[in-house]
Design a protein around this ligand. Sequence first.
Ligand SMILES: Nc1ncnc2c1ncn2[C@@H]1O[C@H](COP(=O)(O)OP(=O)(O)O)[C@@H](O)[C@H]1O
Ligand SMILES: [Mg+2]
Length: 331
Amino acid sequence: MNEQVVLDVKDLHVSLPSMRGVVGAVNGISMQITEGKVLGLVGESGCGKSITCLSLLGLTKEEGWVIAGVAKIQGKNLLTLGPEEIRKIRGKEIAIIMQNPLTAFNPLMTIEQHFLETIGSHLLLSKKEGRNLAGRYLEYTGLSQPSKLLKQYPFQLSGGMIQRVMIAIALALEPKVLIADEPTTSLDVTVQRQILCQLARLKEKVRTGILLVSHDLGVIAQMADEVAVMYCGCIVERAPVERLFNQPLHPYTKALMASKPKMQKKTLQAIGGQAPSLLNFDGGCPFFERCHEKSCCCSHYKQELVQYDDKHWVGCAKFAVKQRMLYYEPA
Ligand SMILES: Nc1ncnc2c1ncn2[C@@H]1O[C@H](COP(=O)(O)OP(=O)(O)O)[C@@H](O)[C@H]1O
Ligand SMILES: [Mg+2]
């Protein structure tokens, strides 16, 4: 089957001003989301996953923030669209499940009003049809008594319930692209399973292309077709899921895999050291200080992904040097 790219992100940069300088939160990432496939995005806390997600939907336009690059959806660059144009695209073309859903709800509107406002701006439905659709999707996410719930206000629901309402709204529109930022982190395992089943249904039936952000490698292993590993605002490795888990190449990915809890392992293996400050990021290898495999060529390395084989990309000097020795004449 022909694989169609539904969201094509190229060289995305997001920098934020701070008292001490410019923080490079996202430093030139590229990724493609394909119809009917899940791209998993993993990386430790603070590496820029949420900022990446929010930037794609134009939700980070705070004063002083600089967003550069291209994020194409059906020929339009999401990063340059005006507020009106992006509002038309959000929901049906591209939807988001945010990591902190409470901030996305208006405390003065009931759940039903949230549903009807979002659905109503994209689908031609009567109030009754909208209500039925809302009820159905609330049930899909494991919420009981949807008719009672629709009359309630966000503050009357628990964090897990709000998370599920947000998921139900995102799923109801059956978007072409879904950005799911830690969608199941605050949910218990049985509810998590229901949500993951719904995401899988969307992928299979509607052929939605999904960007699934999670720090849970088990969720990624179960759901993703391909995985991108993020570190300090850079993607350091990208490969099909099985390949990434069985043959990680980047020292950070290897360390991440080694820190996975295992039944037979008594102590967890932490990654030594700390992620560097992203203040005035210089474009070099961000894992340099913590890396056990570094060599003399690493200090001059400019962070970029090199192709290891047709589906596996890695951003490590070791592989870049090998590639250049194979393909380039030294100057
Ligand atoms: N609103 C904000 N203002 C300033 N800095 C922020 C803001 N949101 C996030 N950051 C910083 O940007 C970096 C990336 O954050 P985030 O994308 O939330 O990480 P992740 O989702 O990977 O845990 C972090 O260093 C964080 O402190
Ligand atoms: Mg986050």
